[in-house]
Write a protein that binds this ligand. Sequence first.
Ligand code: FAD
Length: 393
Amino acid sequence: MQHRIIVLGAGYAGAIAAGRLARRLRREDVAITLVNAEPDFVERVRMHQLAVGQDLRPRPFSEMFAGTGVELRIAKVTGVDVDGRTVAVVDANGAEELAYDTLVYALGSGWNSQGVPGSAEHAYEIAGRPGALRLRERLARLGAGQSVVVVGGGLTGLEAAAEIAEARPDLDVALAVRGELGGHFSPRGREHLRKVFGRLKITVHEHAVVTGVEAERVTTADGRGIPAAVTVWTTGFAVHPIAAATGLKVTGTGQIVVDETMRSVSHPEVYAVGDAAMAAGPGNKPLRMSCASGGPTAWQAADAIAARLTGGRLPNTPIRYVNQCVSLGRWEGLIQYVTADDRAVRAVLTGRLAAVYKELVCRGAVWSVANPTLGLPVRRRRVTRERAVAVGS
Ligand SMILES: Cc1cc2nc3c(=O)[nH]c(=O)nc-3n(C[C@H](O)[C@H](O)[C@H](O)COP(=O)(O)OP(=O)(O)OC[C@H]3O[C@@H](n4cnc5c(N)ncnc54)[C@H](O)[C@@H]3O)c2cc1C
């Protein structure tokens, strides 16, 4: 009997986990199924590029996973029954239940309106492809001089504001940030950001807590009204509500709580990776929702599952950060080097070199999906029957 592993979600984390498992375990011993709503890989880190009209290279999963032994199931996940160990999916042919022995949950995240009045009705978002395409269509219809306000001073907001301002210098682009612009960067990082935003003529509203979004403006807690023909909402990500509905132990925000091997602390046959997981990183701080965390959590989970099924050693490589990479349009960037627990240090890389560096990081992220052992030799191990039973029991 094959051990049935189902991976839910084929973003950076799920796709890497599925591919790595297929390269760690013998094909005759396991059936690995990768479930994803869409038939092609979406480079979420490029959604601001898609929104301003750039075309992204199509990456069909059928090509990415050809010959790996991973079975692709293009369907929408609607629920997980952790007691019955089944996943409910629906596709054009109707609803079905898939049974698993081991589950890897990697459904990622979407935008987070944070319940701010008017945001759900009036704001645009770029957390996923449908949102980015909607914004793309709206930006294309904006005339010269019209205003765009990006809300949120995190990495996504900075990238979105810069990309829009560079692609559409005829628009009046503004950024509303809760604190100081680039407050989490080093002084050199902040200075560079100000210089580039100045060059791109982006108006920065600092200490602006947006409390309302209307059709033509946003309002702030201190009574400001900022004109906005288009509001782009980038104040963090929210995980899919499916996890919270499963009975798995989750945080208040719905992320699945996992141990250092990415295994659910409440259900040992379930693993969670990427944005959907709440894992502790260096200094016991929660990992940041990012590709920078998603890849390593997927390696960790896949190697732990393989070790538990084959009697190998559990992985114990700590997940550490090196830098935060920010594109500021196509020609500028900011690479902020950080400590292992993600705090800015003095060193930064800026300018054209930083833009090239960031581009290589984005390409590297896709490469690592297609090469989940990072080019190291594939070593498939035999699953022992006793262990497969023990892991599944
Ligand atoms: C504009 C933008 C820029 C970013 N820039 C960076 C950056 O520079 N560096 C960085 O580290 N991070 C960046 N991020 C964050 C990064 O993209 C995410 O943290 C990362 O994609 C999370 O990976 P994941 O695999 O957990 O989830 P996702 O990439 O969200 O993948 C989840 C997958 O699950 C599928 N799915 C979801 N729900 C269902 C369902 N019900 N049924 C079936 N399938 C489903 C989705 O289609 C998707 O394929 C950026 C994000 C955005 C939006």
